[in-house]
Design a protein around this ligand. Sequence first.
Ligand code: IMP
Ligand code: MG
Length: 181
Amino acid sequence: MSQQPYVIDTLISAKQIAARVEQLSDDIHTEFTNTDKLIVVGLLRGSFVFIADIVRELNLPVEVDFLEASSYGNSTESSREVRILKDLRGEIAGRDVLVVEDIVDTGHTLTQVVKLLEAKGPRKLKTIALLDKPSRREVDIKADWTGFEIPDEFVVGYGIDYAQRNRNLPYIGKVRFTDEA
Ligand code: IMP
Ligand code: MG
């Protein structure tokens, strides 16, 4: 796919994200305060920065695992087919589990991932998404915790990509396509 030129406008600053991560971590801590072990499951690849920040704020016995589900190709349109590309390495039966997602968009990915993980029999399963685009929803699902609700914009940064780029930005920005010339 040929890349149209674009610029990135800041939507949520690194400072705003850090403050929100701290609040969310407090909520997670309260929810799982008596856990013997919390398995934090990051959905690859977009959640890798968020999960790193979250787990470092949790003063709980934590294990980290990852799951990869396909959703987007190299385009800005969501596909409805959700395939598991990489399953968990560890067991979650009888365990406390926190699923960490970057963005809930149409809701297909989180819905299917939760269904798959619930089938493994966790003791308690909760979900957190850094971003939520409620106006894009096709399936009725909401994460237990959401960092920020955003409008229907294509965003990058803080782990989130456009065609695999811009994951390393420390803030969330929206993609704005520009004309060549
Ligand atoms: P859903 O299945 O439509 O909810 O899609 C969720 C996935 O689509 C997220 O985990 C992201 O990987 C991807 N996605 C949705 N919106 C954006 C965006 O604005 N930028 C980059 N990826 C996005
Ligand atoms: Mg994703």
